[in-house]
Design a protein around this ligand. Structure first.
Ligand code: HIF
Length: 288
């Protein structure tokens, strides 16, 4: 009996979780007709990305491993405004699956968001372990939407991405919208913000984008409808010649976009994580 109980105690927490069940439970949390465009998927994708995108390859700090995004001061960083909504939505699952780490829960929620909204399968591994507030990253590691191509490159090169990967990631702005009470910007990027498509690229290339006339921060709207938006940082992908090559590729070839996005997003969620050697790689089935 002693031997048996000792064995049990030594099973690492991450091994005691059925991740396909967690996937299903997160998927069941997505739909809510009273929230935004009817789905928490987009804000889960943003949570997973902001939890991960603090990584700095030189100092090997940041990334999703510690889930420091849930602690102040990181939770209060301007770039993270509104993500408390996503964390609160997921909290009951942390209570239900006591052995899951927040880092695994938040990144898995991003995978669910992408897949359940019609995007590609994203490979994912468990085994992140949470850290306390003293591991919070400094403000300024996430991109500033008011800036252009140089800034976007500085931020994503720091994480270890190249131009093609950055251009593939930005297609996620087909999902969701900007909220004046979160970022100050306003509106969705296209007409189907709860479906994962390559419309970010097609809209960016096919529309004429003009500065929005308003008191808010500088952003662009499509002419003539004004229904859709682009951030100054999004516009950089159209004007920068090296980014633009990939934007044109992904606009005409949705399969290549899906493949490249899947790889780049999986890489993002793993930045800085030291996985246990026996952590399996999951390819989750989507719900029907
Ligand atoms: Fe976003 N992003 N992002 N983003 N983002 C916003 C919303 C979403 C940037 C700025 C913003 C990526 C890159 C960049 C999503 C996913 C990803 C908002 C609006 C801003 C300002 C927040 C709000 O007001 O609610 C910048 C400057 C980026 C560098 C180019 C990633 C590639 C596109 C890495 C990525 O995956 C998603 C999803 C949303 C929508 C959230 C929602 O609540 O609907």
């Amino acid at each position: 009996w002693y031997f048996y109980s000792k064995q049990q105690d030594e099973t690492p927490a991450w091994k005691k979780v059925n991740y396909q069940n967690v996937y299903k439970d997160i998927a069941d949390l997505l739909e809510d007709e009273n929230y935004d465009d009817g789905s928490y998927g987009p804000v889960f994708v943003r949570l997973a990305w902001h939890a991960s995108g603090t990584y700095d390859k030189k100092t090997r700090t940041g990334g999703s491993a510690g889930a420091t995004i849930r602690h102040a001061p990181e939770s209060e960083h301007g770039a993270n405004a509104g993500l408390d909504v996503a964390r609160r939505r997921l909290e009951p699952l942390k209570q239900k699956y006591r052995n899951i780490s927040y880092g695994d829960l938040y990144t898995l929620a991003g995978v669910v968001g992408v897949q359940e909204l019609g995007g590609p399968t994203v490979q994912w591994r468990p085994g992140r372990s949470d850290k306390q507030a003293d591991a919070c990253t400094p403000d300024g590691r996430l991109p500033d939407a008011a800036q252009g191509a140089d800034h976007v490159r500085d931020i994503f090169y720091r994480m270890g991405f190249d131009d093609r990967e950055i251009a593939a990631l930005v297609g996620a702005h087909a999902l969701g919208r900007c909220h004046t009470y979160r970022s100050g910007f306003d509106g969705p990027w296209n007409a189907s913000p709860t479906v994962f498509t390559n419309f970010f690229y097609t809209e960016l290339l096919e529309n004429t984008w003009v500065p929005k006339k308003w008191d808010g921060p500088k952003q662009f709207v499509d002419k003539p409808t004004g229904a859709f938006m682009m951030l100054p940082a999004d516009m950089a992908f159209k004007t920068d010649p090296r980014f633009r090559t990939y934007i044109e590729l992904y606009a005409r070839d949705q399969d290549t976009f899906f493949n490249d996005f899947s790889a780049a997003f999986a890489k993002l969620l793993e930045l800085g994580v030291k996985f246990p050697e026996d952590a399996p790689t999951y390819r989750f089935k989507t719900l029907d």
